[in-house]
Write a protein that binds this ligand. Structure first.
Ligand SMILES: *Cc1c(COP(=O)(O)O)cnc(C)c1O
Length: 368
């Protein structure tokens, strides 16, 4: 079966091989007589799925031993509260606001701590990134929050800020929901990373949290037990019932990622090469056209989420209808930005981006 190419920002496309394996194992997981959905999370079958998923994620992402990996629920938005509940100690936390997601984060954190805005790109309508050297980080800040890929505005940090080099000892918190596993992470610069699974790892319902062990154990008294990182870590993410099926699906995606190869590169390194090639192809097509426009600065364009506009916005509906007819789905932009958005996550093959580029050119020629 040939499936259409799905450019949804999230929940997003998954590798066909992963969906096929899940379908084949749906009624009877590996001779157990049970669907993964029907298993006790404490039984040996599910424990083996969980342990493999955790160790594959650690290996793929090269996560050092001083970090815990937590499988949580509530998505990125719940983490906007869970992070300050766990690591702000009710003190100061500084935020770099670069788009809708980091803005939501700082607003939520105000319920739990004293929020400062270290920098913002509002002056450029979220199309640039403020240089780290200009950030105003308070000496007492308990952490600094950055959204490393703004899914709606299409702005990505291509290098993580080095807070130590900026004279701050605060841990860096990154929201990597929409580019997790698309590129390597320099863990030496990170205190805590969180991301919902539904963009790049699996179905909605699972949130990955990678946290330095030294940050555990300082939660505010009001922190719900199920959201206390130390409680979750001490119970191997099974203090309460974890999202078992979503963990299984993410585990299949981790296995798929491990199999990826580009030349001599494997796993995430291979994925990064492919993602670079896909993004370059699409941005070049947009930049070289007279009809399409991407407004984000070239140094911080996202490899995952590509917002673009038709210079003649009266053609938007015709563009989307023609795309759908060619099997190019969910290209409509976020309502707060308008225009179009192509999300080209790990599971989007090069052929999908090539098909989109051909359509962009064909649609433009028809207008001429
Ligand atoms: C999608 C997204 C979120 C929100 O995730 P939910 O699962 O809806 O809570 C947060 N941050 C970023 C960067 C996202 O892309």
């Amino acid at each position: 079966m040939i499936r259409p190419f799905n450019f949804s920002a999230g929940p997003a496309n998954l590798p066909a091989e992963v969906l096929q394996q899940a379908a084949a194992e749906m009624l009877d997981w590996q001779g157990s007589g049970m669907s993964v959905m029907e298993m006790s999370h404490r039984g040996k079958e599910f424990i083996s799925i969980y342990e493999r998923a955790e160790s594959d994620f650690r290996g793929l992402m090269a996560i050092p031993g001083e970090f815990n990996i937590l499988f949580m629920q509530g998505g990125g938005l719940a983490e906007n509260a869970i992070v300050p509940l766990n690591i702000s100690r009710g003190g100061q936390a500084d935020f770099v606001v670069t788009g809708s997601w980091s803005d939501k984060s700082q607003k939520e954190a105000r319920k739990y701590c004293d929020v400062g805005i270290a920098a913002t790109n509002e002056g450029t309508a979220h199309t640039s990134l403020p240089a780290p050297a200009t950030w105003q980080i308070r000496p007492e800040a308990k952490y600094v929050h950055v959204c490393t890929n703004e899914t709606i505005h299409g702005v990505e940090f291509h290098e993580l800020p080095d807070l130590k080099a900026l004279g701050s000892n605060a841990p860096l918190v990154i929201d990597f929901s929409s580019h997790v596993a698309s590129r390597p992470v320099d863990w030496s610069r990170v205190g805590l990373a969180f991301g919902g699974a539904q963009k790049n790892l699996g179905p909605a319902g699972l949130t990955m949290v990678v946290v330095r062990k030294e940050l555990l154990g300082h939660a505010l008294a009001i922190c719900p037990s199920a959201f206390n990182y130390k409680t979750v870590a001490d119970n191997d993410s099974m203090y309460n019932t974890p999202p078992t099926y979503a963990i299984y699906m993410a585990g299949l995606t981790f296995q798929w990622l491990k199999r990826q190869k580009q030349g001599d590169s494997v796993g995430i390194a291979a994925m990064e090469l492919l993602n670079k090639a896909k993004a370059e192809l699409l941005y070049d097509a947009i930049d070289n056209s007279g009809l399409y426009l991407n407004k984000v600065g070239k140094d911080c364009r996202s490899r995952m989420n590509v917002p673009f506009f038709l210079r003649d916005e009266s053609r938007n509906d015709a563009f989307l209808a023609g795309a759908k007819a060619r099997g190019l789905l969910q290209l409509k932009g976020h309502k707060s930005v308008g225009g179009m958005r192509a999300s080209i996550y790990n599971a989007m093959p090069l052929a999908g981006v090539q098909a989109l580029v051909s359509y962009l050119q064909e649609f433009e020629q028809k207008q001429a």
